[in-house]
Design a binder for this molecule. Structure first.
Ligand code: PRT
Ligand code: ZN
Length: 303
């Protein structure tokens, strides 16, 4: 039977991820790449960890910082925007920091931006004095306005922020932007970035003092191993020794060219490349003497 959710179990780690939404699938894939697997439960809220004592809690992203603060969950995958907003709110209420971002995860990228009606002539933040700004991120916005020395009115909305200027409830907005299509569709233009956000692995402000410490450390090491290798490719080929200097020049931006003894006096070579290795690059290497070129995806590493 699953343990009750409100009591912090001491020997199993509990990770909260978004149940559905933008961060749900990438969070699951990352954790699966870290070697975790789960038994899906019927209530689809709690998934019991099978390969390791690490359980999943599937929740709304807004709930994740609070679940960590209350000790219901040990770790969570959440947008930096949400984590910073709730941390800012705690600070304003005089509460101590309860969580922190342990790792940036490289997905869910977006920016928290100010956006104004398209026909505005934007001259800078000082223009905001006395205006009304609609947002779902009041704590981050207030902190930014204070930093800029601007006295503006923050209009808190829980959704559909982008229509506020057209409805006349605000003069401009502060909202998340990724492609910019939503702003354009609402005749708004982005003018200032308050926060560059991505999904983060968040944990409690303090550490763990029981079996969870070792589990969390192992998980972080695996997360690093997966993230470091993300988009990396291992390039393998063979070549005669006299071709090696030219090939090394062509691969100057890759990791060190590793030489291994190959068949018939030729060398077997390999290099770690960041990002895609194009056909054009392979053809150039072939012209410089590389043979049997192979590009392999790299899944994980232990540093
Ligand atoms: O149900 P639940 O509360 O869990 O989900 P949710 O609807 O609150 O969250 P969801 O899935 O929309 O977003 C989860 C997280 O994804 C956010 O907290 C961000 O960290 C991240 N993220 C990345 C985004 C976006 N990109 C994004 N574009 N979150 C929201 N948007 C919205 C934005 O608010 C605006 O309405 O998309 C619109 C803008 O998109 P573009 O592409 O038109 O610019
Ligand atoms: Zn949400």
């Amino acid at each position: 039977m699953n343990p009750p959710l409100g009591t912090a179990s001491r020997d199993r780690l509990r990770i909260a991820i978004q149940k559905s939404g933008r961060l749900a699938e990438p969070a699951r894939s990352l954790l699966a790449a870290c070697g975790l697997s789960w038994r899906e439960s019927r209530d689809k809220l709690f998934c019991y960890g099978e390969s390791l004592p690490v359980d999943l809690l599937l929740v709304r992203d807004d709930d994740i910082p609070g679940l960590i603060a209350d000790g219901v969950c040990d770790l969570g995958v959440v947008g930096r925007n949400e984590l910073d907003e709730q941390a800012g709110e705690r600070e304003r209420n005089g509460l101590a920091p309860a969580y922190r971002a342990l790792r940036g995860l490289g997905f869910g990228q977006c920016r928290l931006m100010l956006a104004v009606p398209e026909d505005w002539d934007w001259q800078g933040p000082q223009q905001l004095q006395g205006l009304r700004i609609a947002t779902s991120y009041p704590a981050i916005l207030r902190q930014w306005l204070e930093g800029q020395g601007i006295d503006a009115q923050v209009v808190e909305l829980s959704g559909s922020v982008e229509i506020a200027p057209r409805l006349g409830t605000a003069d401009l907005i502060c909202d998340l932007v990724s492609s910019g299509a939503t702003l354009a569709a609402n005749h708004l233009k982005p003018v200032e970035t308050l926060l560059d956000s991505e999904a983060v692995l968040a944990g409690p402000a303090g550490g763990f003092d029981d079996a969870r410490a070792g589990l969390a450390q192992m998980l972080l090491r695996r997360v690093d191993g997966v993230l470091q290798m993300k988009d990396r490719k291992l390039l393998m080929f063979s070549a005669e020794r006299e071709s090696v200097p030219a090939l090394a020049r062509l691969l100057h931006d890759a990791g060190p060219l590793v030489e291994l003894p190959g068949a018939n006096g030729a060398l077997s070579l390999q290099a770690m490349c960041d990002g895609a290795v194009s056909w054009q690059r392979l053809e150039e290497l072939e012209r410089a003497g590389a043979r049997g070129l192979m590009v392999l995806a790299v899944e994980r590493s232990l540093a």
